[in-house]
Design a protein around this ligand. Structure first.
Ligand SMILES: Cc1cc2nc3c(=O)[nH]c(=O)nc-3n(C[C@H](O)[C@H](O)[C@H](O)COP(=O)(O)OP(=O)(O)OC[C@H]3O[C@@H](n4cnc5c(N)ncnc54)[C@H](O)[C@@H]3O)c2cc1C
Length: 481
């Protein structure tokens, strides 16, 4: 995998870590190590188990710095960890070593209403940032479906997307500044509260989405925007996926409306959510697909005009009905369905499945869905497909329809070998928001050319010459050429 050798975590190393931090911030408890060595990818996805040798729980930047300096000198691998909700094995400690949990660095340090920004530590739960901003009459636009559990540090490391990307961009679009501890323990700030900055390279953009391989984020300054006074959600069942997808560009181009969310759910997704939540969703017996569309604004009448226009377009595209949710209770009910789709799939599917996070240009979605259906049928599999259709990002959970065969891994890999070239030919890519991590690193080279792969390795080694930070992620090997 890599031609780097890592030192084991001996009892002496553990004692030294306890001296650097405090005894209560370092543990080798086996149950805890197991719990902190996985994320939300089922462990059967890996060919062998991975286990941290020691867990550390720093409470300040200086402690993160001390741990990294120590690990770098000793050549011990360090895997940064947020809430462990990742869907790519990013927080899995491939080389054992130290798992560095950021969960105790969980303070909201400042809400700066004059400069429209908020400064937070990495272990703050995403939805707490949303609430703190709202209390000041502002909006933090990051909104992954896991937002009640994931940490902002994990969101930044994965450049998490979610439900408002079409209007506000992924997490990175809200990141103004980052305090980062580099692999050798040095502490630096990239960016800040300023909105423009071309002094040197744009390291903020580089750190965002780098999956804990280039540095550990210890503080973040995030952009806030005015909180819209009114929000309306529309749930629209369609007879089939193609009609649902076709209406999306029309809403924006012809309607002149930029929704804050356009979410897609196929029939199977909605049926699973109904069972999981024990709550009926209208037309689930005959709808082939649903859109969940959110619009926002300050003017009640203008918003009503907008949703009427959207409703009209949807009906012209064959929508079975248009449900309008304009109060908090109704809106929460609709989003509960959307936000529980992943867990509904986990509840009813066997753990042996492929979990895709592909992106294609939105106009290519119907063709992608057709090709996916064709390939799945040929391989004896079924796909539950949903996602952020407004930005072309689809999550397909692919499992075997007639029971899991013993060679499921090889067979799903064969299916992916057929699927990914199609994604690429349609102008798409491997992962839109869940990241490469451990899970997709063998497939990266299908999408990036050799020049880019080489550049990734060189950037990695420029930041982390001893390759101690989350080694084994993003590219199969990260050693010097
Ligand atoms: C039910 C469910 C729904 C989800 N919905 C979405 C969604 O809508 N959109 C989306 O994008 N994702 C979604 N996810 C995936 C996941 O929640 C995100 O990837 C999230 O950003 C991970 O955050 P975390 O705190 O759990 O990070 P972890 O899983 O702990 O870690 C993820 C990566 O970040 C690195 N990392 C963590 N903290 C730091 C830090 N401070 N500095 C440097 N590196 C760090 C880790 O090393 C690892 O590589 C979903 C997951 C689940 C289970």
């Amino acid at each position: 995998m890599a031609d780097f050798a890592y030192s084991p975590v001996t009892p002496e190393v553990v004692e030294e870590l306890r001296a650097l931090l405090s005894p209560g911030q370092v543990t080798t408890d086996e149950e805890k190590r197991a719990a902190y060595s996985r994320d939300e990818v089922a462990s059967c996805a890996w060919d062998r188990p991975y286990l941290a040798e020691v867990l550390v729980f720093p409470e300040r930047t200086a402690q993160v710095s001390a741990v990294l300096r120590f690990a770098d000198e000793r050549r011990i691998s360090v895997t940064p960890r947020g809430a462990g909700t990742g869907l790519s094995g990013g927080a899995v400690p491939v080389f054992g070593g130290i798992v560095l949990s950021l969960e105790r660095m969980n303070a909201i340090l400042e809400v700066d209403v004059d400069n429209l920004c908020i400064t937070v530590e990495p272990g703050v739960v995403t939805s707490e940032i949303t609430r703190a901003a709202a209390a000041a009459g502002l909006l933090y636009a990051g909104d992954p479906c896991s937002g009640d559990a994931s940490f902002i540090g994990g969101n930044i490391a994965e450049n998490a997307g979610g439900n408002k990307v079409i209007k506000y961009g992924s997490t990175g679009a809200s990141v103004l500044g980052l305090e980062v501890v580099l692999a050798d323990g040095s502490v630096t700030w990239f960016g800040g509260k300023q909105r423009k900055d071309v002094t040197g390279y744009d390291f903020v953009r580089l750190l965002v989405g780098s999956e804990g391989t280039l540095g550990v984020v210890t503080k973040a300054i995030l952009k806030l925007v005015p909180l819209p006074e009114r929000v309306v959600d529309l749930l629209v069942p369609f007879p089939d996926a193609a009609s649902a997808v076709a209406v999306v560009p029309r809403i924006m181009r012809e309607g002149g409306i930029l929704p804050s969310s356009v979410e897609f759910m196929d029939a199977l997704s909605v049926q699973l959510a109904e069972r999981f939540l024990n709550r009926p969703v209208p037309h689930s017996d005959r709808a082939g697909a649903y859109l969940l569309i959110q619009i926002e604004g300050n003017d009640r009448d203008a918003l009503a005009d907008d949703y009427e226009r959207i409703g009209r377009f949807c009906l012209e595209h064959g929508a079975l009905e248009v449900f309008v949710a304009d109060n908090r209770t109704m809106r929460d009910r609709l989003w509960k369905v959307r936000k529980n789709l992943t867990e509904a799939a986990w509840a009813f599917f066997p753990p042996e499945y492929a979990d895709e996070d592909i992106v294609v240009p939105t106009s290519a979605i119907p063709e992608f869905l057709d090709r996916l259906g064709e390939i799945c049928a040929r391989h004896g599999t079924v796909s539950q497909t949903m996602g952020h259709v407004g930005d072309g990002n689809l999550h397909a959970t692919i499992f075997f329809s007639g029971g899991t065969p013993p060679d499921w891994k090889q067979r799903l890999a064969a299916l992916q070998r057929e699927l990914y070239p199609i994604v690429k030919a349609l102008g798409g890519t491997l992962t839109g928001e869940h990241g490469v991590g451990l899970k997709r690193r063998e497939d990266v080279s299908l999408f990036l050319d050799e020049a880019q792969m080489a550049l990734i390795r060189r950037v990695k080694l420029a930041f982390d010459p001893n390759n101690i930070l989350n080694p084994g992620k993003i590219v199969p090997w990260t050693s010097p050429p």
